[in-house]
Write a protein that binds this ligand. Structure first.
Ligand code: SAM
Length: 271
């Protein structure tokens, strides 16, 4: 039986109102519970632990992601009181504090899809690197030469460094700070720049272009409706300002965000 089936037996609530899915990061589960089920939230947490032997702690989403670090409020519901865990993704170990760092297990499939583009010997810059899922996966699963990750949140940087160590990702360099200040050291040196900051990443397109060698690639993430014309215009404008020719080589819907907006990846070739 799944969570929804068990809860519908235990609680006096219409089946459609019950949560059926949750995110699992290592041994911690994060679930979205509507306000009308507030009085049952602890029971829901306990049932989740009873049902899944590898879940030790349950939190409820307490807010949307916000702020520069893209974290959210989490309310403790059940199990061991910890906010630190180790998640496994395609053979990589990713340690983190789930309250103080951004991480989404839902993006694992996209990461594994993206790294298929990477060729032997590439120098890769990852802006907004968080606890390091892109750099670590690239280091472990491709023949890239060097990977540089820049991240602003000092707690995420601490885990990023730890993750580099535990995964023996020797070709990864961790840089703490703002992309706007730290990227300039790498101008003209990279084959590829990955930009996983979909809300405001477009503001850093010029930094990304400047990091690229003569013919390089940007993997740019953004939120957009199906009509991508507004975001494409921003990309073209960034190229024009720097007198570099830019060409969109692929666009792909990554995940739904809400009824109208999705997360997209746009691959850009810069000449
Ligand atoms: C959406 S998260 C992605 C994190 C990571 N790449 C992942 O996929 O799990 C964006 C990250 O960018 C960081 N960030 C935001 N603005 C930044 C900036 N100007 N320079 C460096 N990092 C920044 C945030 O702290 C956050 O960790």
């Amino acid at each position: 039986m799944n969570l929804k089936q068990i809860l519908s037996k235990k609680l006096n609530v219409k089946k459609e109102k019950l949560p059926k899915s949750f995110d699992q990061i290592g041994s911690i589960s994060i679930i979205d519970i509507p306000d009308e089920l507030k009085k049952y939230e602890r029971i829901i947490g306990q049932e989740l632990i009873r049902l899944h032997k590898n879940i030790k702690t349950v939190y409820k989403k307490g807010s949307a992601r916000s702020g520069i670090y893209r974290t959210r409020k989490l309310n403790y519901l059940a199990g061991e009181r910890t906010e630190i865990t180790e998640h496994k993704e395609f053979g990589c170990k990713l340690r983190m504090n789930i309250r103080r760092c951004y991480f989404s297990p839902r993006e694992g499939t996209e990461r594994s899809r993206l790294i298929k583009q990477i060729r032997k010997g590439e120098t890769i810059m990852v802006f907004f690197a968080g606890i390091g899922p892109y750099p670590i996966l690239i280091s472990r699963r491709t023949k890239a030469k060097n990977i540089i990750g820049i991240e602003l949140n000092p707690v995420a940087v601490k885990y990023f460094r730890e993750n580099v160590k535990i995964n023996k990702a020797k070709n990864v360099s961790v840089i703490e700070g703002d992309v706007r200040k730290k990227a300039r050291k790498f101008y003209g040196l990279c084959d590829r720049v990955i930009m996983p900051l979909p809300e405001t990443g477009y503001k850093y397109l010029e930094e990304a272009i400047k990091c690229l060698k003569k013919e390089g690639t940007i993997n740019f993430y953004c939120f957009s409706p199906d009509d991508l014309s507004s975001i494409k215009e921003k990309i073209m404008r960034a190229g024009k300002r720097l007198t570099r020719k830019v060409k969109i080589i692929e666009q792909r819907k990554v995940l739904p965000y809400n009824a109208r907006i999705s997360k997209w990846r746009i691959d850009i070739r810069v000449y």
